[in-house]
Structure formats: C-alpha cells, structure tokens
Write a protein that binds this ligand. Sequence first.
Ligand SMILES: C[S@@+](CC[C@H](N)C(=O)[O-])C[C@H]1O[C@@H](n2cnc3c(N)ncnc32)[C@H](O)[C@@H]1O
Length: 219
Amino acid sequence: MITIMITIVTMIMKSMNNYLKNLNKEIESAIVQEIKKQAEILKTPIISTEGINLLIQLIRIGNYGKVLEIGSAIGYSAIMMALNTRCRVTTIEKNEDSFNLAKQNIARANLAGRIDLILGDALEVEVKGLYDLIFIDAAKAQYLKFFDRYKNNLKSGGIIVCDNLLFHGMVGNQESVEQKRIKSLVKKIDDFNHALIDFVDFDTYIYEIGDGMSISIKK
Ligand SMILES: C[S@@+](CC[C@H](N)C(=O)[O-])C[C@H]1O[C@@H](n2cnc3c(N)ncnc32)[C@H](O)[C@@H]1O
C-alpha cells in the first residue's frame, strides 16, 4: 500500500514543471520566508521546494511520528516538516554557527517542543531510539557511512530519504566534470547510488526530484 502511494506521489512530483510550480503555490509563514532569505544571504544550501514537499507528503501518508534528520543547517527542512505535519523531529548539525541559527529559528517558529536539535558530528554522536523516517542531507562523500550508522535506528517498514544524489546533474554526466576534487565527490555519490540500489534489506528507487532523491523502504 505505502509503496503504491509513494510511487504515485513521486510520479506526481516528477512531472512538476513551471505550470505546476505556479499552481502548487506555497503558503509560507513569515518565519519560513525569513529562513529562506537567510539561507540565500548566507549561501547555505537547503532542500528544494519539490524535495521538502515530497518529504512532507511521505510523513503525512505514513502518519509518521518520529523523524531523524542528518544535517540541519539553519533549520529550514526540520521546521517545514514539523510545521506541516504532526511529527517530532530530531536533527543533527555539526557546524556551530548553523546550529545556533537553527536553534534561534526553531524557537522563533515556536517549535522548540517538537524539534530536538543536536550539536555534533552525526558520525560521532549517539542517537538512541527508533525512527519512522530518516532524512540524510549532510556531507555527500559520507552518505554510505551515515546510512550504515543510522539504518539500525529505523523501524521495520520505515524509510530513509537521501538528497542530492544527482549532484546538479553531474552524477549522470561524469565525463563532463573536469575539476579533480568535484570529480572524486561525484564518483563517491555514484558509488553510493549503486550501493543503495543493491542493499538487500531495503527497496530503493532514486527519483529526479530536486537534486535527486532516494526513497529506501526497510524490509
Ligand atoms: C545541505 S545542508 C542541510 C540542509 C537542511 N537539511 C535543509 O534542507 O534545510 C548540509 C548540512 O549538513 C551539515 N553536516 C555535514 N556533515 C555533517 C556531519 N557529519 N554531521 C552533522 N552535520 C553535518 C553541514 O554543516 C550542513 O549544515
């Protein structure tokens, strides 16, 4: 049932074009608009509108109560998930400046009671408990490590969502990438994508939504 629903939602999201972007008007609160502006000014990458809409719909379809996010940045995606669903979010950020800004933004959105913000490296902090959905949106070169570390914090039937798997179109077009450092990162993401599809404990599809998002359902 949930697989069919996810497929329907993602098919709808994939076909989003300018017509739908205009049609699917977002009613954003003043605080959300302000956070988006902060992200623009600080050049902090945040999830695309299509991407956050997909996450919100997944949480609603699954009626998920507990979400874990790896990579809070300034709190935009955590705030959007909490504002638009009834879930509780735990989110981890290792950069102290981003953490402090996220903390302020969460307080201003009146969500301190529903979003637990953890300062630290997600590969070092200890997170206990089981989650319905885990959203991985931190250092791209370390996705395999994040996935390995947190898959045991996912309930059976729960889902892991990863963002930026196409990395601005470069992953599907590696020969055109010239810079050595970027080439190596793109190769790492490509290796992760293949590993993700091959994990036997998960059913995974990768979609052309936002910057490339995967949905992996734990068997
Ligand atoms: C793309 S941003 C997250 C955006 C956020 N999810 C949103 O859409 O609003 C990635 C964030 O992950 C953080 N990060 C990278 N590696 C991390 C790690 N190992 N542990 C915790 N945070 C990490 C970075 O500092 C950065 O703020």
